[in-house]
Ligand binder design. Structure first.
Ligand SMILES: CCCCC/C=C\C/C=C\C/C=C/C(=O)SCCNC(=O)CCNC(=O)[C@H](O)C(C)(C)COP(=O)(O)OP(=O)(O)OC[C@H]1O[C@@H](n2cnc3c(N)ncnc32)[C@H](O)[C@@H]1OP(=O)(O)O
Length: 296
């Protein structure tokens, strides 16, 4: 289903996204701050600063399900069309888990049409974020594996909470799958080829100190200062004239974006045929069961 159709489905009577509003904040935020609610994404906009904080709230682990990808896409599209917003900070509504990455239940026991729809939605969100004209910051206030790490890598800078429990990285190989080429390219663009090769083959999840050392994040700060630091760094990015910053960003990212645009359909087909393999379904199911067993 294309984004428009998925949005329609989410707006059907009964959907909690229906009637989402952008109103004056009941509390918090500066003068004139606005708060928008959808089911899985909370937006706190501060028009005076030109910044919106986009908070993930898809319990229990902020996984990127099809619905979450769609709501996030809608929310970002709205902000892109809002002339008062020049920068966005992505964060988790509750500290602990920034995002557990792609929702594994979307990749297990479904049919090929579902896998194709899901993968298209992952591509769309990456394209929207990686090509965004806005300045994007990640306030990483929790653990950040795989697709969660990818989200943060699409941003222009990353601030990570100094908590050794919070790890970050593309750990796909540990699950028995692998990071697609555009996940890999996004990481190469951030930490370089050799560090990416090692990180991807070993499926490394870096502690804050390691992530800082390898350049996966730009700053590690005390947990209660993640958002405030991300906002203060944002003011540096917004001090640059938009057109100059945007042209530079496009120049840096265009080759990577073009690769996916050129191979978009093939990438969907490759994903569907890989994820549909019996052997891959089996490893994903074992991984999910291990996660679930912990709690039962
Ligand atoms: C073009 C060709 C392409 C070919 C490439 C093919 C494939 C690659 C495709 C995609 C790349 C994949 C990207 C991904 O993002 S895969 C997801 C990777 N994520 C992880 O490995 C994280 C897994 N989760 C955890 O480690 C932990 O849950 C946590 C995040 C550290 C949190 O721990 P905590 O103890 O707080 O919570 P629980 O573990 O008890 O989890 C609670 C609850 O949530 C369920 N859950 C956790 N993570 C996911 C998830 N990613 N998707 C779906 N569900 C998840 C977990 O099972 C628990 O469920 P329960 O029923 O027990 O409540």
């Amino acid at each position: 289903m294309a984004l428009v159709a998925r949005v329609r489905a989410l707006l059907l009577p009964g959907s909690r996204l229906r009637g989402a509003t952008l109103g004056r904040a009941a509390n918090g935020g500066g003068a004139g701050a606005r708060r928008a609610l959808s089911h899985r994404v909370l937006v706190e906009a501060d028009p005076a600063a030109g910044v919106a904080v986009v908070k993930f709230r898809n319990p229990p682990v902020n996984s990127l399900s099809l619905e979450m990808l769609t709501e996030l896409g809608i929310c970002l599209e709205k902000l892109e069309n809002d002339k008062t917003v020049r920068g966005i900070v992505l964060t988790a509504d509750r500290p602990g888990i920034f995002s557990a990455g792609l929702d594994l239940t979307e990749m297990c026991g479904r049919n090929p049409a579902h896998y194709a729809e899901f993968w298209k939605a992952v591509q769309e969100l990456w394209l929207r974020l990686y090509q965004s004209n806005m300045a994007l910051g990640a306030a990483i206030n929790g653990t950040c594996p795989a697709g969660g790490c990818l989200l943060s890598l699409t941003c222009d800078y990353r601030i990570l909470a100094d908590n050794p429990k919070y790890t970050i990285g593309l750990n796909e190989t540990q699950l028995g799958i692998f990071a697609p080429f555009w996940f890999k390219d996004t990481m190469v663009n951030t930490i370089g080829h050799r560090a990416t090769e090692r990180a991807l083959q070993l499926g490394l999840l870096f502690t804050p100190a390691e992530a800082l050392q390898v350049g996966l994040v730009d700053q590690v700060v005390p947990e209660d200062q993640v958002q405030s630091t991300a906002l203060s760094v944002m003011s540096q990015w917004l001090a640059i004239p938009d057109h100059a910053r945007q042209l530079t960003k496009t120049m840096m990212r265009k080759a990577t974006v073009d690769q996916l645009l050129k191979h978009r359909e093939a990438d969907i087909q490759n994903f569907v045929s890989f994820i549909s393999r019996d052997s891959i379904q089996k490893v994903l199911q074992v991984y999910l069961q291990k996660l679930r067993k912990k709690n039962h």
